[in-house]
Design a binder for this molecule. Structure first.
Ligand code: DDH
Length: 301
């Protein structure tokens, strides 16, 4: 198995956490924080997992290689990886796979979200031969059946799909990355349950997007003016997949619940994000993650 054996579980993870905290605010970047794009990096590095074949997931940090890093679904995440490079240089013992998932958890907390339990021990692939195929991440232009196809493959249920989607409280869409455009909420660097409240409350309308967006597969999105906003302010947005959560009879009750009960959302989000970054990560007795159940068995016997 070609892995980079540079993990060191005795490293000072608290120092790494502090150093991630220290770089989150960035005045000239998006809404003044790199937190949202770090959360997306943690999610996309984990969201390639396939339960049936036991492949993909955060272990390996395959996004360092073109086959995964150059996937159009990961457009823009090179910025997140570059932002974390000085931290890796300062703490060379940490693996990229650990650093990327840890940074997402630290950013969620720093932006006012819940504590997400996080465990070390991931390794980095030494080449891209174990990278998952492209096409495993969700496509925002689709609907509820696509969400189930993608997230059931990872081992999530309907409640977990809705809870995970609440991450869209954070950050924004960029025309030059996904083709979609704008933020979901008014304060996109503040973790909250606004996403669900706005889904339920606003009068969402379909809006056609530019040819540049359509070429990236984003031909339209939902838009609505934020409550109290001037007409010339850019509207808030929802992806077709986001809006499908209130069109679907099984998803919708969870949107209603999380809109009404912030604490339930924080608790469920913490659990489901922790599950996400652990997909396909199996630790041996030494605390070091193996790349699959099979390999774990091999090491332990
Ligand atoms: Fe997402 N997401 N995401 N997302 N996501 C985008 C941005 C961000 C989908 C599509 C997009 C999750 C689920 C889904 C974040 C976190 C999470 C963008 C815009 C698209 C498109 C990218 C760009 O233009 O820069 C779709 C589809 C799904 C789905 O099917 C459910 C999940 C599960 C998470 C998570 O973290 C748990 C975050 C944060 C962002 C904002 C990034 C940024 O740069 O800002």
């Amino acid at each position: 198995m070609s892995v980079q054996e540079n993990h060191q579980l005795s490293g000072d993870f608290d120092k790494v956490r502090d150093d991630i905290m220290a770089i989150l605010k960035m005045k000239d970047y998006d809404d003044g924080s790199i937190g949202p794009v770090l959360v997306r990096l943690a999610w996309h590095s984990s969201g390639t997992y396939c339960k049936e074949t036991d492949t993909g997931g955060s272990n390996g940090a395959g996004m360092r290689y073109e086959s995964e890093g150059g996937d159009p679904a990961n457009a823009g995440l090179q910025h997140a990886r570059t932002f974390l490079e000085p931290i890796k240089e300062k703490h060379p013992w940490i693996t990229y796979a650990d650093l990327w998932t840890l940074a997402g958890c630290v950013a969620i907390k720093a932006m006012g979200g819940p504590d997400v339990p996080w465990k070390a021990g991931r390794s980095d692939f030494a080449d891209e031969s174990l990278n998952p195929p492209r096409g495993r991440l969700p496509d925002g232009a689709q609907a509820a059946d696509h969400l189930r196809h993608i997230f059931y493959r990872m081992g999530f249920n309907d409640q977990e799909i809705v809870a995970l989607s609440g991450a869209h409280n954070l950050g924004r869409c960029h025309t030059d990355r996904s083709g979609f455009d704008g933020a979901w909420v008014v304060q996109p660097t503040r973790f909250s349950n606004q996403y669900y409240k706005l889904l339920m409350k606003l009068d969402w309308q379909k809006k056609k997007l530019s040819n540049e967006s359509a070429e990236k597969g984003a031909s339209w999105q939902w838009v609505a003016q934020a409550p109290g906003a001037d007409e010339d302010e850019p509207p808030l947005m929802m992806l077709p997949t986001d809006h499908s959560l209130i069109e679907d009879d099984s998803f919708r009750p969870w949107v209603e619940k999380y809109a009404e009960d912030r604490d339930a959302f924080f608790k469920d989000f913490s659990a489901v994000f922790a599950k996400l970054v652990e997909l396909g990560v199996y630790r041996g007795e030494d605390g070091i993650a193996r790349f699959s159940h099979l390999e774990k068995g091999k090491y332990d016997s």
